[in-house]
Design a protein. Structure first.
Length: 462
């Protein structure tokens, strides 16, 4: 299986190379040359299987011969062993035909753990046999950073630097990033917002001399291996509601478009998904784009669902690549336009292609709080604000097809917003109860690229 860039001008890579690289050298994102499909019988056979068994079947065709079957099975088993729920991604019912997929039973209580725990294992296995060392730099609006630190801390072949927007993450998120005692972990609080952090990251990837010197590796959702790991729970949940014999739809609280893009891949692989509903908070660039055809950046408006507070939605580029008939040059052109003018118009044909699969909705802050409150009253479920954005949008899209809304984080990760909406302060699971007593370790940074690169060189000795 070969991986190609969405901008058509970077070398083709193997799965392992694409995983260790992250962003392509032409600025694009890697995608498989063609998406393998699973047969009706293969999907039907998943009924009753464990999460790990389904994970193997779904991901195996994408990884080629990177790992033997036995190795890959072991890595999958180790990735999910630390989860606090045997089903890994349990499905609950909220209302007739509306279901909630709980993706917050991993070590940092957000869906990011599904991908990050797995790629921590895959990196370790791959670097372990080559003896190479890499520097992982990640930008986070909160959850990616904590998940990455939890997955990579203490590993011998990896330094991990996490950039997060100072003052814009919840206290639980911050503490999950700043309290790891391992010497290979570096939490960096940057003056600015998530887009500042993501911009710095992209600039470092585009500085080839620096990139090669520190052997930069990216674990943001631009990393294909992360998207791939998330495809699995679309299968496990849909099968438990009767797929492939019955269709399902999904509503996905969306920021960088990585999670919902995994649903798009599941659909391409043959999972009968009717609609993928993009749920956004007041940072609604994707909703506006799907509605009007214009992708127009705006300022980030901080919200109670901070992991979705972004304007440049990186993985949307992958959907655009398909919508533009897989013409890298066309994608490169709209991305250049975005960079120079802050906006571009999606062509009629591409917009139509996107609308065949995706639909969207947007909720305000008040509606998010109301959704937390009514879901507790009507379904006895305490939702985090991101999941509440999802359920609020999903309610407008319920119909004959079962709807699965993704619950992307545990309510205890965002206790202030949950308490404000319901009067109930959600408690951390017992395995994390000492988080507020642990010592914090963090470096404050401006948004200056040169200073950041100097710090990384110094800390890694590269
Ligand atoms: C990352 C995150 C999202 C957004 O996911 P994307 O893949 O960036 O679209 C939503 N909710 C939570 C809790 C997250 O951590």
């Amino acid at each position: 299986m070969k991986y190609i860039s969405t901008r058509g001008a970077a070398p083709e890579l193997s799965f392992e190379q694409a995983m260790l690289t992250g962003l392509a050298r032409d600025g694009g994102l890697y995608l498989p040359e063609s998406v393998p499909s699973l047969s009706h019988a293969q999907i039907a056979a998943m009924a009753g299987q464990s999460y790990e068994e389904i994970a193997f079947t779904v991901m195996k065709p994408f990884i080629g011969d990177t790992f033997t079957d036995a190795e890959f099975k072991t890595l999958i088993a180790q990735a999910y062993a630390g989860f606090g729920h045997d089903a890994r991604a349990p499905l609950k019912q909220l209302a007739p035909n509306h279901f909630l997929l709980e993706l917050f039973h991993g070590p940092t209580l957000a869906f990011k753990d599904f991908a990050m725990q797995l790629i921590g294992q895959l990196f370790q296995a791959s670097l372990g046999r080559s003896g190479e060392r890499v520097t992982i730099v990640g930008a986070t609006s909160g959850d990616t950073g904590s998940a990455a630190i939890e997955a990579f801390r203490g590993l011998s072949n990896v330094d991990v630097f996490i950039l997060f927007p100072h003052g814009r993450v919840s206290e639980v998120q911050r503490r999950q990033m700043t309290t790891a005692a391992d010497a290979n972990v570096h939490a960096l609080a940057v003056d600015g917002d998530f887009d500042t952090c993501q911009g710095l990251l992209k600039d470092m990837f585009n500085d080839f001399e620096f990139r090669d010197r520190v052997r930069l590796a990216g674990v943001n959702s631009i990393n294909w291996a992360r998207v791939l790991a998330q495809v699995v729970y679309y299968f496990s949940s849909a099968v438990s509601l009767g797929a492939p014999h019955r269709k399902v739809s999904f509503t996905v609280p969306t920021g960088n478009f990585g999670d919902i893009f995994a649903g798009y891949i599941a659909r391409q692989m043959g999972l009968p998904i009717e609609k993928l509903v993009i749920a956004t908070n007041q940072n609604d660039i994707l909703h506006r784009c799907l509605t009007t055809g214009v992708y127009q950046t705006d300022k980030v408006h901080p919200s109670i669902s901070p992991s979705m507070d972004i304007q440049v939605s990186s993985n949307f580029e992958r959907a655009l690549f398909d919508a533009y008939g897989r013409e890298g040059a066309a994608v490169a052109q709209v991305m250049d336009e975005l960079k120079s003018t802050g906006a571009f118009t999606v062509s009629q044909g591409a917009l139509q292609a996107l609308r065949e699969v995706f639909t969207s909705g947007r909720v305000s802050e008040a509606e998010t709080s109301a959704s937390i409150k009514t879901t507790l009253a009507q379904s006895a479920e305490l939702l985090c604000p991101h999941s509440a954005v999802g359920t609020a949008v999903a309610v407008d899209h319920l119909g004959a097809t079962p709807m699965i809304t993704l619950a992307t984080a545990h309510p205890a990760k965002f206790p202030d917003a949950v308490e404000a909406a319901t009067g109930i302060r959600p408690a951390l699971p017992p395995r994390m109860a000492d988080l507020f007593e642990r010592e914090e370790r963090v470096t404050r940074m401006t948004g200056d690229l040169a200073a950041l690169q100097a710090l990384i060189l110094e800390r890694t000795g590269a």
